[in-house]
Design a protein around this ligand. Structure first.
Ligand code: HEC
Length: 178
């Protein structure tokens, strides 16, 4: 076979192979089903310190007491004192000479972190079962129990990032170092 013709036929063969590979891969690859907007919203939960990602809604501690008593107190006790070391969410001290007790009040630097965590992970026996209003309410109540906000102070997407957490300056930002 002359050289040129040979190359042409090899190319043709490759083209046929590629085409049939593409065709069969289109037929055989069936990975999962398309995800709907509402299903996606269930995972779109990141609330940032600058307020990005905080949903619509609002709540006060006064409203949040009912949510807390019904959905949180079984594990975090009536006033956040906890039923185990891991479930203490009120009080604490980062200045103690012994082991510091880290809680929402003593340790967490941003209120948005409390919101984010509660919305995605709490109550531990039924995560994501609270409405956004209920999350605002119960977060307000946890902050109120820690003496950080008043009972009638309204939390919403614009007020929550402005809450000053006691340990806000207790962290070193290393993001610029790396
Ligand atoms: C079934 C038990 C249970 C219920 C109900 C529950 N929690 Fe929790 N919660 C836990 C446990 C256990 C942890 C510790 C998780 C860990 O350390 O990873 C925790 C951790 C937390 C933390 C982080 C504490 C920290 O400093 O690390 C917060 C805040 C919190 N819960 C808030 C809530 C709120 C608000 C509710 C009600 C809406 C709630 N929890 C309901 C069991 C529960």
């Amino acid at each position: 076979m002359p050289m040129l013709k040979r190359i042409a036929s090899i190319t043709a063969l490759l083209t046929v192979a590629a085409t049939s590979f593409l065709a069969s891969s289109q037929e055989t690859v069936r990975l999962g089903t398309p995800i709907s907007e509402s299903q996606l919203a269930n995972f779109d939960l990141i609330a940032q310190p600058n307020g990005n990602g905080l949903p619509a809604g609002s709540g006060t501690a006064r409203q949040g007491k009912a949510v807390y008593d019904a959905r949180c107190a079984a594990c975090h006790a009536a006033n956040g004192e906890g039923i185990s070391a891991a479930t203490i969410i009120v009080g604490g001290d980062m200045q103690s000479e012994g082991e510091p007790l880290r809680t929402v009040g003593s340790y967490w630097p941003e209120a948005s972190t409390v919101f984010d965590f509660v919305r995605r992970a709490m109550p531990a026996d039924a995560p994501k079962s609270l409405s956004d209003d209920e999350v605002y309410q119960v977060v307000a109540y946890v902050l109120f129990l820690n003496g950080i906000i008043g009972e009638d102070q309204e939390l919403n997407a614009s007020t929550l990032p402005r809450v000053e957490m006691p340990n806000a300056d207790g962290f070193i930002d290393q993001s610029a170092i790396h």
